[in-house]
Design a binder for this molecule. Structure first.
Ligand code: GLU
Length: 460
């Protein structure tokens, strides 16, 4: 391969890798492109990582070790057989056992899981813990299903998945549509099939060896990261500031909770049907009851607080989302990939937002990222800002291996320290590679280097 002299040439070379053979890879390419262009300073700085290097690190890193795809047949409550597709993408285990969540959502396909697994490699690398990268899931939609149906689906899914996982091989966890209930059913089935009571999944209910604070971990972690980033960049703290949040799942609700702990004013959240805007600050207890316990729509919030503003999704302007048009100091996209568009980024900037922290995985489109970086918004990328979930998963693996139980306070302290040290590392890396204040490049470079060095050390 010839020597690469410019970022444009790097882009062209990357295209030639022909890493994709599946029609759903757009989102995977989006994730790859961002990372490969971010790490361009590394190509210039030394022979080890260049696109033309003999060890072909980049070429090896962008191809998953394996993609496992399987049929999941299960019986619904009307005794009708339903069929879904199950997946596990084991992307890279240079740093430790494959590790990453399972997503149950109708949008799940191979391309989305490849993007998530690829991001997970670098995210897990940034944590400093000994874990590789993977992701899995199914196009099964838990929404509207009975508990028994969810249980039957989880059993059928694990009947196949158990062949490929193990506490030293691959340790799945939750993601969208997979929480403690699903992990409990998956663990129960794994135990039945293998007779083995081990830490093969994280995010387990507490009495199965789950860690305290796993449900809170991702949301709290996003706020710990943001607090540190604002401090490092000499910006005003979150106290007393209006913050906007999207999503209404585990990540969003716990981000809102930690914002409230810090004296910030979170005013919004969203679900698949619309946006809620409560300028007085959200009623978190009500939201938790509606979304986590009763699994109801956000519109129900209006029954208790009728003067709250609610915008149904059909009323959103084209390619813009109501939630990102609310003036705020800091924004926290915590729903899903590509939920924050170029128009949204422009609206946030126009309304005075100074920082965007990604609680969801890759919530900002490529165009939105470049607008935000060009206009000087502090952008905390998902692979750094939302690493809190997998960090506490790593703690759960340690507790299981040592047959220990840490207290809530112990886990919280360790989470805070880890998120702050990720933030410091990302900031220092950005400075070292002459992109000071660019947390996107800092995270990609720091995450990549640790994996690349491990891959070089282990040979081919
Ligand atoms: N799904 C989470 C994430 O995106 C957590 C994964 C895990 O705990 O293994 O990082």
């Amino acid at each position: 391969m010839r020597k690469i002299n410019s970022i444009e040439e790097a882009k062209e070379e990357i295209k030639k890798f022909k890493i994709s053979d599946c029609a759903e890879d757009d989102v995977f390419f989006q994730a790859l492109e961002e990372v490969l262009l971010s790490i361009y300073p590394l190509f210039k700085s030394g022979e080890l990582y260049t696109l033309s290097a003999k060890n072909a690190i980049v070429k090896r890193l962008v191809m998953p070790d394996r993609v496992i795809k399987f049929k999941v047949a299960w019986l619904d409550d009307d005794n009708i057989v339903q069929v879904n597709t199950g997946y596990r993408v084991q992307f890279n285990n240079a740093l430790g056992p494959y590790k990453g969540g399972l997503r149950f959502h109708p949008s799940v396909n191979e391309g989305i899981l490849k993007f998530l697994a690829f991001e997970q490699i670098l995210k897990n690398s940034l944590t400093g813990l000994p874990i590789g990268g993977a992701k899995g899931g199914s196009d099964f939609d838990p929404k509207g299903k009975s508990d028994f149906e969810v249980m039957k689906f989880c059993s059928a899914f694990m009947t196949e998945l158990h062949k490929y996982i193990g506490p030293r091989v691959d340790v799945p966890a939750g993601d969208i549509g997979v929480g403690a209930r699903e992990i409990g059913y998956l663990f129960g089935e794994y135990k039945k099939i293998t007779s083995s009571y081990d830490g093969v999944l994280t995010g387990k209910p507490f009495f199965f060896g789950g860690s305290l604070m796993r449900p809170e971990a991702t949301g709290y972690g996003v706020i710990y990261f943001t607090r540190k980033m604002l401090e490092l960049e000499a910006k005003e703290s979150l106290k007393g500031k209006i913050c906007t949040v999207s999503g209404a799942g585990n990540v969003a609700l716990h981000a809102i909770e930690k914002l409230l702990h810090l004296g910030a004013i979170p005013v919004s959240c969203t679900d698949s049907k619309g946006t809620l805007h409560d300028p007085r600050g959200l009623d978190l207890e009500l939201l938790k009851d509606l979304k986590l316990k009763q699994r109801q729509s956000l519109q129900e919030y209006l029954k208790t607080h009728p003067d709250t503003e609610y915008t149904p999704i059909s009323d959103y302007p084209k390619n813009a989302h109501a939630v990102w048009n609310i003036p705020c100091y800091a924004a926290f996209p915590c729903a899903t990939q590509n939920e924050l568009t170029a128009n949204d980024a422009n609206n946030l900037i126009k309304n005075g937002c100074i920082s965007v922290s990604e609680g969801a995985n890759m919530p900002s489109t490529k165009e939105a990222v470049s607008i935000m970086l060009n206009k000087g918004i502090l952008l905390a990328p998902a692979k750094a800002a939302n690493a809190g979930g997998v960090v506490v998963s790593g703690f759960e693996m340690s507790q299981n291996a040592a047959m220990q139980k840490w207290t809530f306070e112990e886990v919280d302290e360790k989470l805070k320290a880890t998120m702050e040290s990720i933030c410091e590392k990302v900031a220092a890396t950005a400075e070292e590679y002459h992109v000071k204040g660019n947390y996107v490049d800092g995270a990609n470079i720091a995450g990549f280097k640790r994996v690349a060095d491990a891959m070089i050390a282990e040979g081919i």
